[in-house]
Design a protein around this ligand. Sequence first.
Ligand code: HEC
Ligand code: HEC
Length: 189
Amino acid sequence: MRYRVVFGMILAGLLGSAYAEDKTEALAITCNNCHGVDGVSVGPNMPSIGGLPESYLKNILLEWKAGTRYSATMGRLVKGYSDEQIAALAAYFSKKPWTPAAQTTDPKLVALGKKVTARCAGCHGETGNAGDGDTPNLNGQWAEYLELEALKYRDDAVAMPNKQMRKAAQKLSEEDVKAVAEFYASQKK
Ligand code: HEC
Ligand code: HEC
């Protein structure tokens, strides 16, 4: 009798987690409409999200929900999700492989970007693949998107809560911004 109860509990637990995964998969279809299958975007100004760190994904989705982070689209969209759904989506997309996008980049700008990003390597790694489980991947992200983001961090009038990135970006000239975006976009690893 006791065993049957324990077995029942285990079965319910298994069914419970399987169902949650199904539900997350269903939610992710909406995201993939814009961000691509498994969060791999076909570009050029839509970011890939599959394989970004879970803590980063969760944090910025919650910032959008709270209205503390600027966005054109995401803020309105995430308001429709519970914190639990947001956490599940962050876990889901973080488990997908990070896939650098195939894109053409300008070799001159890439070379300049390589020099400028020496300053960024302490946090982002040499190629933008920090691998610390927190800092977002920049390697092979779409250049146009990276440029737009860097410009947002640079501008005090745009709500972007991360102060360290604000400081780092404000030291970049407009040409530097283009160059760092091209450099990271060109990195495959
Ligand atoms: C209608 C198109 C659209 C849909 C649907 C959409 N997004 Fe986005 N997403 C965007 C845009 C545009 C941006 C750039 C930020 C902004 O201005 O909104 C973005 C940015 C992001 C980023 C930032 C990526 C980075 O590198 O920092 C994440 C994470 C993200 N979206 C997750 C999601 C998730 C999770 C879903 C599903 C719940 C989703 N998005 C659905 C359009 C969309
Ligand atoms: C102190 C650590 C640190 C330094 C230095 C730093 N970054 Fe970042 N960077 C981060 C973190 C953390 C984030 C995510 C911030 C957030 O949550 O908004 C980020 C985000 C970014 C993004 C947006 C990525 C996305 O997917 O939206 C770009 C682009 C970027 N950094 C470029 C740079 C460049 C270029 C430099 C050097 C000039 C630099 N960073 C220096 C830590 C750093």
